[in-house]
Design a binder for this molecule. Structure first.
Ligand code: GYE
Length: 310
């Protein structure tokens, strides 16, 4: 059966596994690719009935969605959480209802780890470390390894694992190099528009910025626009370090604007599908699974772009 509303589908879906998926929103290219991956892997062809809920970057919408999933008696709940905290109560309700929970992408911070079955996503702290190490090596190669560098950071959604990990990994690694100074860190909410706005404010406040760390590509695109509008040359007099490595980032690198993007893989659909099937079969699953990721500097962009899947 493919017709009717979500609740009747849940009861009439026969052999299909009904999944309620609470997604963060549609704030970035990464997120759009993640949604597409989940929708195509969790299709009826593959044995799933997917109920998709977009939280529009608000955690209260996610709590509501999870409660809806519980009352619809879905088989499995999948959550890509906006922030790490605030999950105990509603996950307790899912547990009481006997519904397994898979966490994807960002992590949750709960004292009782039986509140979820498993998690699949990225090592965000490692991504931050990789970004800092790339920057230091790059400046060494440019011959400015010992010069003073002045950095601004466009952070993602505060309290999200992607923001927490990338901030910690970068800050801790760069702290070992006294000539690298972080002027300021501020959130651009992972969106291009907010990234541009925050960059404009930074440019009014500081006249010595030579490095921008954007915690995702979309904020980097906004920052690049702001820099150009201020008469600067991103990619040359201001080094742009970004995260995600979406297709448009490769185009930006080919254009000479962005210097590097640290990969974050959004293609979680196939893994979630496999985990859901195992959980339904009563098999044990790995609690924590990281995905493999690389670092893509501008000089790799032309060769890599045709291979990119998102
Ligand atoms: O980097 C950003 C998105 O949680 C890894 O969320 C994800 C981040 C990703 O908005 O583009």
């Amino acid at each position: 059966d493919t017709s009717g509303d979500a609740s009747s589908d849940a009861s009439q879906s026969g052999d299909l596994i009904t999944i309620g998926f609470s997604q963060v929103g549609a704030e970035s290219d990464w997120r759009v690719a993640n949604t597409e991956s989940m929708k195509s892997a969790l299709s009826e062809e593959n044995g799933f009935k997917l109920i998709f809920a977009d939280a529009q970057q608000k955690q209260e919408n996610q709590t509501k969605a999870v409660r809806d999933f519980i009352s619809q008696e879905v088989d499995i709940i999948v959550i890509a959480p906006v922030t790490e905290t605030g999950w105990e109560t509603v996950l307790g309700e899912a547990k009481d209802a006997g519904i397994p929970v898979i966490i994807v992408d960002r992590m949750i911070d709960v004292s009782d780890d039986t509140l979820y079955s498993c998690w699949v996503g990225s090592d965000f702290k490692q991504e931050g470390v990789d970004a800092a190490n790339w920057l230091v090596e790059y400046m060494d190669k440019q011959g400015t390894g010992d010069a003073e560098h002045n950095i601004v950071v466009l952070q993602g959604t505060i309290g999200s694992s992607a923001e927490i990990g990338r901030t910690q990994g970068f800050d801790e690694t760069i702290a070992a190099h006294a000539n690298y100074k972080i002027l300021e860190e501020q959130t651009g909410e992972f969106t291009q528009a907010k990234g541009q706005e925050v960059m404009e404010a930074f440019l009014k406040k500081y006249d010595n910025i030579d490095v921008v760390i954007a915690q995702n590509d979309n904020m980097a695109f906004g920052a690049i626009d702001a820099l150009k509008a201020a008469g600067k040359t991103p990619g040359k007099d201001v080094t742009i370090v970004s995260f995600d490595a979406v297709k448009a980032a490769f185009e930006s690198m080919i254009a000479g604007d962005m210097n590097v993007s640290v990969e974050c893989n959004p293609l979680h659909g196939p893994r979630v599908s496999e985990l859901a099937k195992k959980l339904m079969a009563g098999e044990s699953v790995e609690k924590i699974q990281y995905v493999d990721e690389g670092v893509y500097p501008a000089e790799t962009a032309e060769k890599e772009l045709p291979n990119r899947q998102y």
